[in-house]
Design a binder for this molecule. Structure first.
Ligand SMILES: [Zn+2]
Length: 504
């Protein structure tokens, strides 16, 4: 019988010495069969079809693939074709299988995973496949692209080949994260992203607190729409959790002066996407990378103004109280966080049209339950660097020499690389790898200081070159490829730890 099982069985008996198939990847359009397989160093797309009509050879030509032989099933010959995992081939595959296209999420609870190396999507999928949560399997920020030298197209292509490898057929999204420039939006739209996270932090009035009356008044007085804003907000009372939120002129001046330009930028970005993207899209406003926590009153103003400008946004990320440092748990007063979050969640529910988003969500185990409960399922969470650290754990276990060299290089790059992050680890507190036994290197990945240091230096490590050659990148990929099952297990375990804490 001609079915997936027999196709794979015959492929294995003829080509098994050279190629190892990912059995879960096999799909068919009733004419041909498609699946992923790897040799000792690379993964490929395999296409198998009947040799009778010319269809398959035409198809292979389109896929830029070549015939590598035939297999026999029930007395008939089937051609076996092999093609590269290129973006072009991916687009062709998407035309046949619509489940390979990222889509729209809306207000469902959702969770984003970042993949800095572009190889761990199947491991992320293992965590999501049995849960009621919408995953963003492609998610990268413009900053991370700069640091790694990858493009929007690389991110989407790598993730989607991962979706294909895993045989995943449920809906998922692709998030162009922390975008600041319209040019980036343009490229992200063209490459098929479905969610756009706008970071307008460059437009926020910085260095002014509510006491800087002169600075605030100067900015406020220059805003032509100020009278309209006063008319809309002054005297308005909104009760959230039995607490009355009300603007007086001073507080209105402060939030308007602080956020007016940022809101304008968000509106501009939204209009651009609306004009250029044909399908439905998710839109997030990220106010998390700002100097201080966003107050409930400021949240009310920002959400209100964005809505008044007819921006249909689905997520709002805020800077919450406490410290949200990368790669470690929340630092701060959980009681205070919970109290503020209740107010923010109350505001979001009052609007009823968007979810609260939590960024830097890697390892924030102590706040997950509160966040999921208070937001009543109206939440989005982003994690990113956590999978990179699990990749390094695999290297620590399987290739300690490489790990030692990476670690030493990270220590040297740390001071420079930490500048673009809010993290507290001092160089002097990072342990010397030479003092650790080789078979205990993975323990370093559990120390707060090492986690932060290795988290923020990923770009320096991946792009380091000597005499025109990568110092680490090729060896990293090689080690992870050779130890893929263990690598995937570490990644899945880590994402599971996060998802297990959510009430979904
Ligand atoms: Zn963020």
């Amino acid at each position: 019988m001609i079915n997936a099982k027999n196709i794979l069985k015959e492929f294995k008996s003829s080509f098994g010495a050279r190629y190892n198939a990912y059995e879960s990847s096999i799909v068919s359009d009733n004419k041909s069969w498609f699946f992923l397989a790897k040799d000792g160093s690379k993964k490929y797309l395999f296409v198998i079809g009947s040799s009778k009509p010319f269809e398959l050879s035409e198809l292979l030509e389109e896929f830029e693939g070549k015939t590598i032989g035939t297999i026999k099933i029930d007395g008939s010959d089937f051609i076996v074709g092999k093609a590269d995992l290129s973006f072009k081939n991916l687009k062709l595959l998407q035309k046949i299988f619509s489940h390979l296209k990222p889509g729209f999420c809306g207000l469902k609870p959702s969770f984003g995973t970042g993949d800095r190396l572009g190889i761990v999507t199947p491991a992320h999928i293992s965590s999501f496949s049995s849960r009621e949560i919408f995953p963003y399997l492609c998610q990268q920020s413009a900053r991370e692209l700069n640091k790694t030298g990858r493009s929007w197209q690389d991110v989407i292509s790598d993730s989607l080949w991962g979706v294909f490898e895993a045989g995943y057929k449920n809906p998922f999204g692709a998030d162009a994260d922390h975008v600041k420039e319209i040019e980036d939006l343009d490229v992200a739209i063209k490459n098929g992203f479905t969610m756009f996270t706008i970071d307008p932090s460059d437009f926020i009035l910085t260095g002014a607190d509510s006491q800087d009356k002169d600075k605030i008044s100067k900015r406020y007085d220059s805003i032509p729409e100020k009278k309209e804003i006063e008319k809309f907000y002054l005297g308005k009372k909104i009760t959230i959790n039995k607490k009355v939120l009300e603007f007086d002129l001073d507080s209105l001046k402060f939030v308007t002066a602080s956020y007016f330009d940022a809101i304008k930028h968000v509106v501009k970005c939204y209009k651009f996407i609306e004009q250029n993207k044909k399908d439905n899209f998710d839109f997030e406003v990220s106010m998390d990378e700002v100097d201080s926590a966003i107050s409930p009153l400021a949240h009310l103003f920002i959400a209100g103004e964005i809505q008044r400008n007819e921006v249909n946004f689905h997520n709002m990320a805020l800077r919450y109280p406490g410290m949200w440092e990368k790669a470690i748990d929340y630092i701060g007063d959980i009681g205070q966080f919970s109290h503020e979050l209740k107010m923010h969640a109350g505001i979001a529910k009052k609007f009823g049209s968007y979810k609260l988003s939590l960024h830097s969500g890697s390892e924030k185990f102590s706040v997950y339950q509160i966040f999921s409960e208070e937001s009543d399922g109206l939440f989005h969470i982003k994690t990113s660097g956590t999978s990179w650290l699990e990749s390094l754990r695999t290297i620590a276990v399987k290739n300690p020499d490489l790990f030692r060299n990476i670690y030493d290089y990270a220590v040297k790059s740390y001071e420079e690389e930490k500048k673009s992050y809010h993290i507290s680890t001092e160089l002097s507190s990072i342990p010397d790898v030479g003092k650790f036994r080789e078979d205990k290197f993975d323990n370093l990945l559990d120390l707060k200081e090492c986690r932060q240091m290795l988290h923020v230096t990923f770009g320096a490590i991946l792009t380091a070159t000597k005499n025109g050659n990568h110092i680490f990148s090729d060896s990293i990929y090689k080690t992870l490829f050779a130890n893929e099952p263990l690598h995937y297990r570490y990644i899945t375990k880590n994402i599971d730890r996060h998802l297990d804490l959510l009430d979904i």
